[in-house]
Design a protein around this ligand. Structure first.
Ligand SMILES: [Zn+2]
Length: 283
């Protein structure tokens, strides 16, 4: 979708000057510069309803990245129609993926924005950028923290280890969600333009990577076209950055042109950037 690709300004109202991309370090004769360049890939919207598409995407990513060097974003109850609680078969699958080394992020609770849009900005973002998928855009801090804690506990009980972090649906965080992130305590979070370590115990958040995420949308012919255009541009222009981020969605597997574009983008980025785990950004 075009909203995910929007490059002008920071969609979350942060100071844009504070989120300018990091330039890539120059590659010295010893080649050490190349290893400092990272490729971070993720599969969004992992839930029982997307199981087979996620399997197909995971195979595809492993092929390009040379192993399970990517993340999955898990939704505890997608649209309140696909609860992972009580689904033992899916729990086993999540553990298998995590045991392979795939990083598991909590990705909202239900993914859908269920609050009435009040402010003009919330209305614009919720309706035009996300088609109502910005679950954490309008939540109060109390409600955002409640859903984060519940999801974190659920997922960590299933996995038997801490989640890698929290990423809001459609990368949209309202003020309540940002405050709740600091309160609940996650190692990492990200939006369209940055990855950061949320502040804890009153400390400020720490941005650990800057630069736009490359993603695709399968929802309509217009959005498919714009994502293909942005990915083609990204293949040429973004490799100057230190870190590259790529995000794929279950719906991408239904559009062959998107899969071709995803393949071309991962192949190009993996040539100059080392497939990495998000946790390395904290090192
Ligand atoms: Zn999502």
């Amino acid at each position: 979708m075009s909203g995910r690709l929007r490059q002008s300004g920071d969609p979350n109202g942060h100071d844009v000057t504070a989120t300018q991309p990091n330039p890539a370090p120059s590659t010295g004769r010893d080649g050490k510069g190349a290893s400092a360049r990272r490729l971070l890939a993720s599969i969004h919207d992992v839930s029982p309803r997307s199981h087979s598409a996620v399997d197909a995407l995971a195979d595809r990513l492993q092929g390009h990245l040379g192993g399970a060097k990517f993340a999955m974003l898990v939704i505890p109850d997608h649209w309140r129609e696909a609860p992972i609680a009580g689904n033992a078969a899916f729990h086993a699958r999540l553990r298998e993926w995590a045991d392979q080394g795939i990083e598991m992020f909590l990705h909202g609770w239900c993914h859908r924005d269920e609050t009435p849009a009040t402010g003009r900005l919330a209305q614009i973002k919720g309706q035009h950028m996300t088609a109502g998928e910005g679950e954490f855009l309008s939540l109060s801090q109390v409600e955002a923290a409640r859903r984060m804690r519940e999801g974190k506990t659920l997922l960590e009980d299933i996995l038997g280890k801490p989640v890698a972090g929290f990423i809001a649906p459609a990368w949209l965080y309202g003020p309540g969600a940002l405050a709740a992130l600091n309160e609940v305590g996650f190692a990492l979070a990200e939006d369209h333009m940055a990855v950061w370590a949320p502040g804890q115990a009153g400390t400020e958040r720490r941005v650990v990577s800057r630069g736009p995420v490359v993603t695709w949308a399968s929802r309509s012919p217009g959005r498919i076209r714009s994502s293909l255009g942005f990915a083609a541009l990204a293949r040429h222009t973004l490799p100057v950055l230190r870190d590259l981020r790529v995000a794929v969605h279950p719906g991408d597997v239904t559009v062959p042109a998107l899969l071709t574009s995803i393949d071309a983008t991962l192949a190009r980025f993996a040539r100059t950037h080392r497939p990495s785990r998000y946790a390395e950004l904290l090192g």
